[in-house]
Design a protein around this ligand. Structure first.
Ligand code: FBP
Length: 548
C-alpha cells in the first residue's frame, strides 16, 4: 500500500494509554446491575448474563504471573467510524501482552464473515500497516444482522476450529444488542466462548451514564465542522448564497448539534426538538424563511442551515407516513418489486390511507421516491438517501415568494446544497479517537483475560487527558430495555437521542437567535495531529459540556 507523507508520519504515533493499563491490572467488581428499564422481561431473556457487576480495572501490585495464550476473533459491524483500526491494534497488543503466542483473527466484511467462515489471521505486519488510520478496510465491515440460533451455531463451528476463546464485536447499538444475545446463548450452551462489545458509531447515539461516547463521533464531527467552517467563510466572502447542509447521524441529531456548537451557523434544526414541539414541515419552513427574511432586511442575503439527516422521521405527520409505508412495503414487497419505477408513486399513493396519501402526493417526486427505497437490514429507512436539505430549500423558496408578494421579504435567495456523511466516516482518527479506540481495544483484551462475557468495553473520564482515563467493563444488559421492532417487543440497547434538557442543547438554544441574526461564524479548520494539546487533543464540545 503506497502511503502519503501524513500517513507515514502518523503511523508512528503511539496512542497515550491510560496509566492504569500500563502495567498489570486486576478486575474489581462493583455493584450488581439492573437494566435501564423493563427489568423483569430483560432478566427472563438473559438468565445467564443479567445483573452482572460493573468492572473497574485497577493496578495490580501482585507479581505478574504467566498466562496461557488466548485466541480472539474480531468483527467490524455496520457503518465505518474513524478509529476502528486502533481498536483492533489495541486488542492485538493487549492479547500479545498476555502471551506472545496469542492470536487474533478478523472475520471479513462484518458479521457475514463470521457466519460464512470468511476470516484472516491478523499478524503484526498487517496490524502495523493500519495503526492510526481511518477506515475499516483491514477486514471490511457489513450490516448482516447476527440474530438467529443457526447463525450462532454456524459461527461457533469456526470459533472451535480456530480455538478462539473470545469474540469482540465492534458495532453500534443494534450490533451490541446482538453481541449480548450471542454472549447469553454461548453461556447457556457452555460453548466456552466469551463475547465482548465495543461502542462504535459516528452518530454518537450509543452513550449513557456509563458509556460516555461512541468512537468516531469526535473525528467525524471535526471533519464536518472543518468543511462547514470553510463554506461559512466562502459564504461570508461573497455574501450571495444560502447553503443548506445535511449532516449524517441517522435518527439522532448529535452530529448536527456538535457541528452547530463548533461552527455557529445561522440555523440548525434539531430533530428531537421538532418532535417535542410537534412541529410540522411548514413550521420548520416558516422558521427558516423568517431567519432568511430578517437577515435580508439587514442586507445579508447569505447564510448556513444545518439539517440532521433523520429530520424527516421526527416530523409527526411524516413519521406516521413512514410507519404506514414501512408496513405497506414490507407486506407487499414482492408485488412492489415488479412495479415499473415510473409508476411507483402512483402504486404506493393508491394504497395509502387518505391522510397519508395527501402528504405523500404533496412531496417533491424525488423525496417521495426516496421514501419508498429499500429499508436496511434492521428495518430503518435509509435516511442518508433522502434529500431533506433540498426539500427544505425548495419549500423555503416558495414561502419567500409569498412573503415577497406581501412586501415582507426584500432580498435574494440563492441556494446551494451539500450532504456531509461518508467523507467523515473514514478520516484518520483524531488524537482523541486514536487514544480512545486503542484504549477500548486494549481494555477488551483485559476483559477477556478476566474471563468476562456479555460486557462492553468502557473507558471513562474522557474529558481529562487520556493518561488519566479509567477503564473497565459494563454488562450490556444494563443498557437494555424492551422496544417494538418489526411488530414485536424485543430487548435492545436504548438509543440516546439529543437531550433537550442537557447542557449541549441548552448552550445551543441560548445562542441560536444571535447566530441567526448576526454573522458569528467560527472556522474550526482541519484536524491537527501534531502540535499543542489545546489544538490537537480536545474532545468534542458535546462531551465537554455533558461532563463540565
Ligand atoms: P452505524 O449506526 O452502523 O454506525 O451507521 C452510521 C451511519 O453512517 C449513519 O449515520 C447513516 O445513516 C448510515 O450509517 C448509512 O448507512 P450505509 O453506510 O449503509 O449507507
Amino acid at each position: 500500500m503506497e502511503k502519503s507523507a501524513l500517513q507515514k508520519a502518523r503511523s508512528v504515533y503511539k496512542p497515550k494509554l491510560p496509566v492504569v493499563m500500563t502495567g498489570a491490572v486486576k478486575a474489581v467488581e462493583g455493584k450488581d446491575t439492573n437494566s435501564v428499564a423493563d427489568q423483569e422481561e430483560i432478566k427472563a431473556l438473559f438468565p445467564n448474563t443479567y445483573g452482572l457487576p460493573e468492572i473497574q480495572f485497577e493496578k495490580d501490585s501482585a507479581p505478574a504471573k504467566g498466562a496461557a495464550p488466548i485466541n480472539v476473533g474480531v468483527i467490524l459491524s455496520g457503518g465505518q467510524a474513524p478509529g476502528g483500526h486502533n481498536v483492533i491494534s489495541g486488542l492485538f497488543d493487549g492479547i500479545k501482552k498476555v502471551n506472545r503466542e496469542s492470536r487474533l483473527y478478523g472475520f471479513l466484511m462484518g458479521p457475514g464473515g463470521f457466519v460464512d467462515h470468511q476470516y484472516m489471521e491478523l499478524t503484526a505486519d498487517i496490524i502495523d500497516q493500519f495503526r492510526n488510520t481511518g477506515g475499516f478496510d483491514i477486514i471490511g465491515s457489513g450490516r448482516t444482522k447476527l440474530e438467529t440460533k443457526a447463525q450462532f451455531d454456524k459461527g461457533l463451528e469456526i470459533l472451535k476450529k480456530l480455538n478462539i476463546q473470545a469474540l469482540v464485536i465492534i458495532g453500534g447499538d443494534d450490533s451490541n444488542t446482538n453481541a449480548a444475545i450471542l454472549a447469553e446463548y454461548y453461556k447457556q450452551i457452555n460453548a466456552g466462548v466469551q463475547v465482548i462489545g465495543c461502542p462504535k458509531t459516528i452518530d454518537g447515539d450509543l452513550k449513557n451514564d456509563v458509556i460516555e461516547t461512541s468512537f468516531g463521533f469526535d473525528t467525524a464531527t471535526k471533519v464536518y465542522s472543518e468543511v462547514i467552517g470553510n463554506i461559512q467563510r466562502d459564504c461570508n466572502s461573497s455574501k450571495k448564497y444560502w447553503h443548506f447542509i445535511k449532516l449524517m447521524g441517522r435518527s439522532a441529531s448529535h452530529i448536527a448539534l456538535e457541528c452547530a456548537l463548533q461552527c455557529q451557523p445561522n440555523v440548525c434544526i434539531i430533530s428531537e426538538e421538532v418532535e417535542a414541539k410537534k412541529m410540522t414541515l411548514n413550521d420548520i419552513v416558516d422558521y427558516i424563511a423568517d431567519v432568511v427574511a430578517a437577515r435580508a432586511a439587514d442586507g445579508k442575503n447569505f447564510g448556513t442551515v444545518l439539517v440532521p439527516e433523520g429530520l424527516i422521521e421526527f416530523i409527526p405527520a411524516m413519521k406516521a407516513l413512514i410507519a404506514e409505508l414501512n408496513d405497506l412495503l414490507a407486506t407487499n414487497a414482492e408485488e412492489f418489486s415488479h412495479v415499473d419505477p415510473s409508476n411507483r408513486i402512483e402504486w404506493v399513493a393508491s394504497r395509502l390511507s387518505d391522510i397519508n396519501k395527501e402528504i405523500f402526493t404533496s412531496l417533491p417526486e424525488g423525496v417521495a421516491n426516496q421514501l419508498c427505497l429499500d429499508r436496511d437490514p434492521h428495518g430503518n429507512v435509509q435516511v442518508s438517501l433522502i434529500e431533506t436539505e433540498k426539500l427544505l430549500g425548495h419549500m423555503v423558496a416558495r414561502r419567500l415568494d409569498l412573503l415577497k408578494a406581501n412586501g415582507r421579504f426584500v432580498g435574494k435567495f440563492a441556494t446551494l446544497f451539500h450532504f456531509f456523511g461518508y467523507e467523515g466516516r473514514c478520516a484518520d482518527p483524531s488524537n482523541f479517537d486514536a487514544d480512545y479506540c486503542y484504549a477500548l481495544g486494549f481494555n477488551a483484551a483485559c476483559l477477556i483475560k478476566s474471563g468476562l462475557t456479555g460486557y462492553m468495553s468502557s473507558v471513562r473520564g474522557l474529558t481529562k487527558p487520556s493518561v488519566q482515563w479509567t477503564t473497565g467493563g459494563i454488562p450490556i444488559t444494563m443498557m437494555m430495555n424492551m422496544e417494538r421492532r418489526h411488530g414485536q417487543m424485543k430487548p435492545v440497547i436504548q438509543k440516546a437521542l439529543v437531550d433537550l434538557n442537557g447542557k449541549p442543547f441548552k448552550k445551543f438554544a441560548a445562542s441560536r437567535e444571535r447566530w441567526a441574526k448576526n454573522t458569528e461564524f467560527i472556522y474550526p479548520g482541519p484536524i491537527q495531529y501534531f502540535g499543542p494539546a489545546e489544538v490537537c487533543d480536545q474532545p468534542s464540545l458535546t462531551l465537554k459540556y455533558e461532563h463540565e
